[in-house]
Design a protein around this ligand. Sequence first.
Ligand code: HEC
Length: 235
Amino acid sequence: MERGQTHLGALGWKYEVTYRAEFTGIAWSGCADAWEAWRTGIRVGEAANRFIGKIRPPGYPFPVDKVAAKRGAAVFEANCNSCHGGAESDKRLYSVAEIGTDPHRAEMFTQKLADGFNKFLAELETEGYQPPKEFGVRSTGKYFAPSLSGVWARSPYLHNGSVRTMEELLTSPSARAKISHRGSRDYDPAHMGYTDAGTYVFDTTMSGNSNAGHDYGTALSAEEKHELIEYLKTL
Ligand code: HEC
């Protein structure tokens, strides 16, 4: 890892920053853009990382099948942990060619855009936040395999939010829904994700919205998928 640079905290901007904003009432304009960028493998300075790293994921609020979850830990270890576990480092950056998810974000997050984030982070003023001493956001052209803490609350999944539930992520890409809805606040515990409701229609056939790739775990049995999903709820 490069000196003075670490990846964003366990959840990245998507949840950590929004949850903090919701729970403490901090109005952080620009956070939406920032959370959209974190998955491109952006790097931020130590200070920003410490600030974000303090925020803990919310616990899963519904019952978990504990027996299944215990078995699911082994399924995770065998199928997911090599990429999503361990220390956060550049080793967790994967090429678009390997992961197969939509390439748009990786291609458009240029160093020029990264520098825009550096400026934002340097000029940001909010309680408890100290701007990084050195500018650390950079373009990598790759996708980062994020830690999966609080992943139950991060639906819809992937950097472009193209896969609505965990069950769908564990379904062969060609069989995933082409259209889904955004904006639901109702949770679907069986499939692990927000329900297919809300006013915004998400069309995966549009540019940047592809739900292809990341087919890991799709060949598992229905029972193993259930166990894995129950385990993921405990993270
Ligand atoms: C070869 C490495 C690799 C393996 C193996 C892998 N993943 Fe991933 N995973 C990634 C990368 C890279 C991303 C980011 C891709 C993107 O957003 O386009 C990702 C993204 C995700 C996301 C989206 C996170 C979010 O907040 O939206 C979830 C959930 C996930 N993986 C779960 C799993 C599970 C469960 C398994 C095991 C069945 C698994 N992954 C196996 C590399 C991997």
